[in-house]
Design a protein around this ligand. Structure first.
Ligand code: PGA
Length: 250
């Protein structure tokens, strides 16, 4: 595992964007696994800026997102498909047909998961998977549990995730209770995994994920078993790890 510790969120975003941009330049038809949430916003802004300068071309890039709320579609500002259009897809030259997320509007969980699994299978493994990490150690919406869920599945969100995600919803709006998410196997099949974390409230999750035991109670801890993981964390998110391991040279 390579670990980069940056001074702040802006530097974390630039470093992660550099890694993604190198991937696209070296392999323009890369399959990128993408993530939503507040952490990647700065990364997408940076990629858009480099695209605007002519340094990046998304015309052959294919994307697969980690997850989507069950019940929300492209017209809901809180859906992940809306988020992806807002922060990335509508700002670069990616082909709409090359972007994929689970279908939140399919209310048949089995059908929705089967469809997304089949799509992932047909595209082949991600070249690079971007991941945020939840305060409870989740990746995608793989919540702490007694087992590692493998493929795309429908999850019942934990109270801590619902609480954490309330900030994206208007007062009085309900956070959906279910979501479709790539499972651990779908994530681990990526050739390279890029985890980003910012802020002190992620410090426990980062320590438990990368320096604690591998357990489904901390879903991100499974990443210790993947042989090409890069962690880009700002100082605050890495603050409880320094005693375990020095970061890689920049
Ligand atoms: P955040 O979410 O980037 O909004 O903190 C990360 C996650 O929950 O995976």
């Amino acid at each position: 595992m390579r670990i980069y510790v940056t001074k702040d969120y802006a530097e974390m975003s630039r470093k992660a964007a550099n890694i993604i941009s190198a991937q696209i330049i070296l392999k323009p038809d890369s399959i990128l696994g993408l993530a939503t949430g507040s952490t990647p916003v700065g990364i997408y802004d940076q990629l858009v800026e480099w695209y605007g300068k002519g340094d990046l071309d998304f015309s052959e890039t294919v994307t697969v997102n980690l997850d989507e709320y069950k019940g929300l579609g492209p017209d809901s500002p809180q859906s992940y498909v809306f988020y992806m259009h807002k922060y990335l897809f509508d700002r670069v030259n990616i082909k709409p047909g090359n972007t994929h997320l689970p279908d939140g509007l399919n209310d048949d969980p089995e059908g929705a998961c089967r469809e997304y699994n089949e799509l992932l299978q047909s595209l082949g493994e991600q070249d690079l998977q971007l991941l945020g990490i939840g305060r409870n150690g989740h990746i995608g919406f793989n919540e702490p549990d007694n087992i590692f869920d493998q493929d795309v599945h429908c999850v019942s969100l934990t109270n801590s995730t619902i609480e954490a995600n309330k900030r994206f919803f208007e007062a009085g709006e309900e956070v959906p209770k279910f979501a479709y998410t790539m499972g651990i196997r779908s994530i681990l099949r990526s050739k390279k995994i890029l985890v980003v974390a910012s802020g002190e409230d992620k410090a426990d999750a980062v320590r438990n994920a990368f320096f604690g035991p591998v357990t489904p109670l901390v879903p991100a801890s499974i990443l210790q078993l993947h042989d090409d993981v890069i962690l880009v964390a700002d100082k605050a998110a890495y603050s409880k790890c320094s005693e375990y391991r020095e970061p890689s040279p920049a």
